[in-house]
Design a protein around this ligand. Structure first.
Ligand code: PLP
Length: 457
């Protein structure tokens, strides 16, 4: 590891990195990497290493790196108007156009978009809107939010609470009392191995019903979920899950937030995960793929049903007391417009579906029979390989063995392919840019098989 380098030292001395072992990094005990440039599915570090980024940054650079159309749109916007706010009815051509483009693509019951900067603040907005909604309707006790264990919805106070991963709660005094968690729709990790998928869905429904019964339906405002669990392990839902959950929510008058930060704008091979699974949400969270991360931008898409109550609220109480300085930032909006145009022009949603299916198929062919591969799963341009100590008894490795991190480190060292060791379990995650070719998918699969062989034999 380089130690005699100014940038490396400045990094360790000055930079507080997110999701990082702070002490190890500051001491120089863990590797750092300075990324210099990128093109297509490849990034290049300052030492000239070309790495195939099979996780698209943090599943966000959906159109791939180095897209000049988006860079030029950003530059043009910065030159013409770098900033104006969107309070009290102000807008820009970019922000107004983007809101129309989003609504043109969103499910038909959606009405308006509120813009934020990232997925965490968008979900923060959602919770505030839901509380406001129930206050306007006079339901002052109906405020709790149900989230799933292993869900990921951000790392703020409310959103870190919604996130159902221990690392995001431990030592932070989270989750807050207004958030309650229910079973993750994670069939491979079911407690009762004899359960069929259908029985497991019935079990998830029973758990949800029991939670609502325990808390009281008149205290539960909303349920939030990702169409496909992302950071919690890249887990597509078992068949029938969303229909069964929505029936329960309807019965108890509980709003549904579809967190489409990862799935929105094409990752599943459909424009939205809600279309993919027949989810009729009241609010949809968007971020990452909205600009393919060329600029920070997120959104809360609000349905007609919610919007009408928000209008009633401002008629009764005056302007809504919610807004960020950078809501609908023109540069983010210009990036969003150019990004959505590019997705259409290059038909990238179709490619995500087709090449994603190919990636999942070839990964299964290459690794499905390995004795330590317990599950290979995915949907669209998402794929995960989960490792087990013993396949027949589905015994997991000890977390201290760090099998997932070892395999991802080996993959990078041997073949310069980036996959993500997911944070809870020995799970290798893939979420490449939508422009991945079949030849690049072959490279990813061959490199993964080689890394698994190196670590596990
Ligand atoms: N929601 C989901 C489903 C996510 O995957 C993420 C981030 O990975 C977030 C919300 C939080 O987004 P951000 O990191 O932009 O705050």
């Amino acid at each position: 590891m380089l130690k005699n380098d100014q940038l490396d030292q400045w990094d360790r001395d000055n930079f507080f990195h997110p999701s990082t072992h702070l002490a190890q990094h500051a001491r120089g005990d863990s590797p750092s990497r300075v990324i210099k440039t990128a093109n297509g599915v490849h990034i290049e570090d300052r030492d000239g290493n070309q790495l195939l980024d099979a996780f698209a940054g943090l599943y966000c650079v959906n159109v791939g790196y180095g897209r000049q159309d988006i860079a030029e749109a950003i530059a043009a916007q910065a030159k013409e108007l770098a900033y104006y706010h969107s309070y009290v009815g102000h807008g820009t051509e970019a922000s107004i156009t983007l809101s129309k483009m989003i609504l043109d693509r969103a499910p038909s019951n959606m009405s308006k978009v509120y813009f934020g900067l990232g997925g965490s603040d968008a979900n923060e907005t959602n919770v505030k809107l839901i509380w406001y909604y129930n206050n306007i309707l006079g339901r002052h006790e109906k405020k709790k939010i149900i989230s799933r264990w292993r869900g990921y919805h951000g790392s703020g106070l409310v959103t870190g609470s919604l996130t159902g991963l221990e690392l995001f709660h431990k030592k932070f005094d989270l989750p807050l009392a207004q958030v309650v968690h229910t079973e993750a729709p994670y069939y491979f990790r079911r407690d009762d191995l004899s359960q069929t998928e259908e029985q497991f869905v019935a079990h998830c429904v029973a758990e949800l019903e029991a939670l609502i019964e325990r808390e009281g339906a008149d205290t539960i405002a909303a349920f939030i979920g990702e169409p496909v669990l992302g950071t919690g392990g890249i887990v597509p839902p078992p068949a029938g899950y969303w229909a069964a959950i929505q029936a329960v929510l309807k019965k108890h008058d509980i709003l549904l937030v579809a967190d489409e930060v990862v799935t929105g704008f094409g990752r599943l091979g459909t424009m939205f995960g809600s279309d993919h699974y027949g989810i009729e949400a009241d609010i949809i969270t968007i971020a990452k793929g909205l600009t393919s991360a060329y600029a920070p931008l997120s959104g809360s898409i609000v349905s007609d049903k919610v919007w009408k109550v928000l209008e009633q609220g401002t008629d009764e109480n005056g302007p809504i007391g919610h807004g960020w300085t950078y809501s609908a930032h023109p540069i983010g909006a210009a990036a969003g417009v150019a990004n959505l145009k590019l997705i259409d022009e290059l038909d990238l949603v179709t490619n995500a579906g087709e090449v994603g299916a190919y990636l999942n198929k070839t990964m299964t062919e290459a690794l499905g029979s390995h004795p330590n591969v317990g599950d290979i799963r995915g949907e669209g341009m998402l794929c995960a390989v989960e490792f087990v100590k013993d396949k027949d008894s589905r015994t997991f490795f000890d977390a201290a063995d760090k099998i997932g991190p070892q395999i991802s480190a080996t993959l990078l060292a041997q073949d310069k392919v980036i996959a993500r060791a997911m944070p809870q379990g020995d799970i290798l995650g893939f979420a490449p840019p939508f422009c991945l070719t079949k030849a690049e998918a072959d490279t990813v699969v061959a490199a993964t098989a080689a890394a698994v062989k190196t670590v596990l034999g």
